[in-house]
Design a protein around this ligand. Structure first.
Ligand code: BGC
Length: 889
């Protein structure tokens, strides 16, 4: 029997989170009800302090009673006041459109962490040496203790200034890697909570820890820039175990822990890689029964930042997938190169065979040189090299005895690579089966999928999805492989909408917005990177700093998250004040007062008949871009203030927006509709940000923009800021035909060129990062995994596929596919917070305007279908099949 049932219960965007800081977390669910017009008319949410009480209907924490409401999202907990360590078990029932009640949902839970005075009693401990030299071993720590009974609930709370790996009785304490994640450790450090109940037992137990340098003390930004946050790595652990009789035992880090620097991890660094000497493994060091001879007492680390603990707001960085090596070559004797067929981020898992002391060198590359050797120049100073020294002994606990090999996966490092090169003193040369690629990134569910009749467009979608996978590594980074890997705000800002289609990034961005806010300067300028690790101030650059307004706004649009706007409203408003401080009295931003990156890496040069650049042309004026972004942010703030019900601010921001837009027109737009610089990007920001409203001027601009594309053999000349606007703006102003020509263009510069000429499996930093004719692009900045140009993704989803939003949070969906190019069908899906929506359209051939459309509108939402040349039609939730007659041409 079909019925309505609440499913997918989440708390602060996470499933059953532990260690929350807020006492009023927001609870959400969605409806499972395929019937047409399905919706919620009321709900009842109940909460209890144990699973048993919840099941028995003893709601000792909260019972909302029947609440008449259609809302399923972000209902703040308003039950009995919660204290640190409290666990809450909750469930929900709903009434459907006929007033029929549903059964109860499955139970979900959340827990408050150790946030409260005196909760954390553990000490920050470390090894003696400050980590000021590169190439120091990652110390091992252990603590043996005895439990008086069988645990019924055990929580391990950890934090670190460095990268922490913890174990309980020899087993990993969690799947999380690079713990506790990257924040500005001078201000905040995350306190991470794991459920370790199943790993403990009555009697002797052991906690083990290994501590790497990580973002805290390892190499950052430049080769000799280490110890950005401090000299000494340290960690803290507090294990709280509860027994059936209600008693509790707590084990904390203190100087009774033992450590050794005689560690197999001889050195480890994010950029440079790891050296691992398997001969130095201490068998059983993190299990009961080990005698820690020669281990020393741990040191309390007092010389550390005075950071406040904060909860971890997003799921951690974890191993997500393993890829098999597809091909082995030997371009020079003894150097074996393995190809995964996919540029990825993570590290390898290797089965190695060598005599004791045999050193095996592991190097990485995204591309190959013409002779088949690995191309590493674009890593710049990042050595990205791991060395494994064989124990020669395959009976160690970490070894896979059946294959008689030593298994190695590096610990406190990660690499961006498609190829792995192994060389050294093997006793048996490695085969493909010995080499796996472990894909590592932040945990975020895939929400979007896109497929159409053009296989190259599908590959482009895959590439930009992989671009996100490689670069959403605790923070959104520019690139994952060279000596950079930083939270560049500009790159993240242009890609964020695409990213939010691809994957559920609500929690990830909630966390990163705090990093952005932490990096805001006192004068209101948002920094270029967050967390900000530049030794010299870099802030207030257009298209970059604006991320501080654009990212939370995009989160609100995608997820309906009003909380992120509320939390950062002050910071967002201060950013506009900063803009006002640097512009002329009439609202124009001038170069002499502030420098900008401009339309970063724009092509902006004519091409010859082969599509190769022939000479540099004038770039888009940065004053124009800055003033345009200023106006855009003011426009967004009008919407933000509206959403928050701040009427006075709505008026204030609207006046500011009008003033800046008028100044922009006066300064940069001629009476005939020419935009200063006459570049594609100039027209794109003017049209895309709505800076002109006179219809005739708009028409002239669209013509000029089209001319600038057509007269260059249908090629784009845009950089990071212009490119994301290209296809959406052309489509919006009636030139979807041109947008499709750009998409499907095969020659340089284009998206398809990277795929067809360069076999790209991720997005490249430059349009010409490589070409078979000219070889590699400028090595100073030549990443093959840079997602900015992947911002075309939002247009693939919204226009080629046809899923967009009509109301924040997809409460109302806008299906507006615009079929074009030679694409004859497209199938697109998006898991919204209300459920999965999808659209599939088909046409007989590339000229046909008759369409067959199948749509799914999730329960509790509505939709509007807008097709070219036809009146919009409203749709209720459910599945719809439509045969749409040819449109008048
Ligand atoms: C990064 C870019 C970034 C730029 C800003 C580069 O080094 O990789 O993606 O936007 O700097 O100038």
């Amino acid at each position: 029997m079909k019925r309505c049932i609440p499913i997918g219960l989440v708390c602060e965007f996470l499933e059953n989170p532990l260690g929350l800081e807020t006492r009023t977390p927001r609870l959400s669910w969605r409806l499972d009800d395929p019937r047409p017009g399905a919706c919620q008319t009321a709900y009842r949410l109940v909460a209890a302090s144990s699973a048993a009480k919840l099941a028995e209907g003893k709601y000792d924490l909260w019972d909302t009673g029947r609440v008449t409401s259609a809302n399923t999202l972000d209902i703040p907990y308003a039950g009995k006041a919660l204290r640190p360590r409290d666990a809450v078990f909750w469930r929900v029932m709903v009434w459907n459109k006929d007033g029929t009640p549903s059964p109860w949902s499955d139970a979900a839970t959340f827990e408050i962490g150790l946030f409260g005075r005196g909760c954390v009693t553990a000490l920050w401990i470390g090894a003696r040496e400050p980590r000021t030299r590169p190439g120091m071993p990652a110390p091992l720590f252990r603590k043996a203790f005895s439990l008086d009974g069988e645990p019924v609930r055990a929580r391990l709370h950890v934090s670190a200034f460095g990268d922490l790996e913890m174990s309980v009785n020899g087993r990993p304490a969690s799947e999380d890697l690079f713990v506790p994640g990257w924040t500005d450790y001078r201000k905040r450090v995350q306190l991470v909570t794991w459920d370790v109940t199943a790993l403990l037992r009555k009697g002797e137990n052991v906690l083990g820890a290994m501590l790497g340098d990580g973002w805290f003390a390892g190499t950052m930004v430049w080769p000799d820039h280490r110890n950005h946050y401090g000299p000494s790595t340290a960690f803290l652990a507090q294990l709280e175990v509860e027994f059936a009789d209600g008693t509790r035992q707590t084990i904390v880090t203190d100087t009774s822990w033992r450590f050794t620097e005689d560690s197999p991890v001889r050195s480890s660094d994010h950029y440079n890689g790891e050296t691992y000497d398997a001969r130095r493994e201490h068998q059983g060091w993190n299990s009961p029964g080990f005698t820690a001879t020669g281990w020393q007492k741990a040191i309390e680390i007092k010389n550390r930042p005075n950071a406040a603990f904060c909860a971890r707001l997003a799921d951690g960085v974890r191993r997500q997938q393993r890829l098999a090596a597809r091909k082995r070559t030997e371009p020079t004797p003894g150097h074996y190169v393995f190809d995964f067929g996919q540029n990825m981020v993570g590290r390898p898992r290797l089965s190695l065979r060598g005599k004791p002391g045999a050193a095996i060198t592991i190097r990485y590359a995204e591309m190959l040189n013409p002779d088949g050797t690995i191309y590493t120049d674009n890593y710049r100073t990042a050595k990205s090299t791991d060395v494994y020294i064989c124990s020669g002994n395959v009976i160690f606990s970490h070894s896979d005895k059946t294959s008689k090999a030593e298994i190695y996966e590096p610990h406190f490092t990660f690499h961006g690579f498609r190829y792995v090169e192994l060389s050294g003193d093997f006793s048996v040369p490695p085969k493909c089966g010995d080499v796996e690629g472990v894909v590592i990134h932040s945990t975020m569910a895939q929400t979007g999928s896109f497929e159409c009749s053009d296989p190259i467009a599908n590959r482009l979608w895959s590439n930009l999805n992989w671009g996100q996978r490689g670069n959403y590594f605790d923070v959104p980074t520019d690139c994952p492989q060279r000596d950079e890997r930083l939270g560049w705000t500009g790159d993240a800002q242009v890609f964020v909408r695409t990213a939010a289609f691809n994957r559920d990034i609500a929690a990830f961005m909630t966390k990163w917005m705090r990093d952005i806010a932490d990096a805001q300067h006192a004068d209101g300028a948002f920094a270029d990177i967050a967390p900000d690790v530049f030794p010299v101030a870099n802030a207030g650059h257009c298209g970059y700093a604006d991320a501080g307004v654009i990212v939370p706004w995009t989160m609100y649009l995608t997820y309906g998250d009003i909380g992120i706007l509320r939390e950062h409203y002050g910071a967002m408003s201060r950013w506009l004040e900063w803009w006002q401080g640097v512009c002329t009295p009439d609202g124009v931003v001038r170069y002499r007062d502030c420098w900008h990156y401009g339309d970063w890496l724009a092509v902006d040069c004519p091409v010859d008949e082969d599509g190769n650049p022939v000479r540099e042309a004038a770039p888009t004026p940065t004053d124009l871009l800055a003033t345009a972004y200023f106006a855009r942010c003011a426009g967004i703030m009008v919407q933000v203030a509206k959403a928050l019900g701040r009427k006075e601010d709505v008026r204030r921001f609207a006046a500011l927006r009008r003033k800046v837009a008028a100044a922009y027109r006066r300064e940069f737009v001629t009476a005939g509709g020419r935009v200063a610089g006459d570049t594609q990007t100039g027209y794109l920001v003017t049209l895309g940000f709505g800076l002109v409203d006179d219809k005739r001027t708009i028409a002239r601009m669209v013509d000029r923009l089209s001319y600038l594309i057509e007269s260059r053999d249908y090629s784009l000349t845009t950089g990071f800021l212009g490119t994301p606007l290209l296809c959406p703006v052309l489509t919006r102003f009636g030139r979807a035909d041109l947008a499709y020509r750009l998409l499907q263009r095969r020659k340089y510069p284009s998206w398809y060129f990277q795929i067809l000429d360069g076999d790209a499996t991720t997005m490249w930093e430059r349009w010409n990062s490589y070409s078979s004719r000219h070889g590699f692009g400028d090595v100073n900045m030549n990443s093959f995994n840079h997602y900015a140009y992947g911002a075309i993704g939002e247009w693939l989803y919204a226009t080629v596929g046809g899923i967009d939003l009509a109301e924040p949070g997809f409460r109302k969906i806008r299906f507006a596919p615009v079929p074009g190019g030679d694409i004859t069908w497209a199938r697109t899906e998006l898991a919204t917070r209300h459920g999965t929506t999808s659209i599939e359209w088909k046409r007989a051939n590339a000229n046909a305007t008759a369409l067959e459309v199948t749509l799914v509108v999730p329960p509790n939402t509505t939709a509007v279908l807008e097709l070219p040349g036809r009146a919009p039609s409203e749709l209720a939730s459910g599945r719809h099949r439509l045969h749409v007659k040819p449109a008048a041409r």
